[in-house]
Design a protein around this ligand. Structure first.
Ligand code: 4NP
Length: 161
């Protein structure tokens, strides 16, 4: 059963903070107990808040990501989280090559959870315009809705007590 999720993109200032925020909101809405974090492949933006364009786009959907701070992924994350979710295929490849042997985290691509969009990426909006952040948010929201549905389904199958 999935109890903890780490979302990973390149810089942890655009896509993965939006994914973290969207999943926190979805978990709260569905009453799911989940630990949710996000991280970067690169360390360049460590300690920084999300890109203001990401913060604005999330806020437009009533999701506050302004308190998040970027951090780089650590080898320990592969044993600390149940699920590590890549926002694009390069990140997925990076995660698969970084994963220590025998690490427990399942590694997946976000849009693999969306029927008909398997293998697709959430395009990096960093060098794009507001429309690119819009697209990224919509892709992320779709992926998070599907992923949360899967987790809620697994939780419902789990015997309680
Ligand atoms: P993210 O976007 O991976 O969605 O956070 C990027 C942020 C920063 C850079 C690239 C992508 N960068 O090259 O600094």
């Amino acid at each position: 059963m999935i109890r903890s999720i780490l979302f990973v993109c390149l810089g942890n200032i655009c896509r993965s903070p939006m994914a973290e925020g969207a999943m926190r909101a979805e978990a709260a809405r569905r009453g799911l107990a989940l630990d949710v974090e996000s991280a970067a492949i690169i360390g360049w933006h460590a300690g920084e808040p999300p890109d203001p364009r990401a913060t604005r786009r999330a806020a437009a959907a009533n999701v506050d990501i302004s308190e998040q701070r970027a951090r780089q992924i650590d080898y320990r994350d592969f044993s600390a989280f149940d699920l590590i979710v890549a926002l694009d295929r390069q990140i997925l490849d990076d995660l698969n090559s970084m994963a220590p042997a025998g690490s427990r985290a399942e590694i997946a691509l976000l849009l693999d959870h969306v029927a008909g969009r398997e293998g697709e990426e959430v395009a990096d909006p960093y060098h794009g315009d507001a429309a690119a952040f819009d697209r990224a948010w919509r892709d992320i929201a779709g992926g998070i809705g599907a992923l949360a549905g899967r987790i809620a389904g697994e939780a419902a199958d789990q015997p309680s007590g």
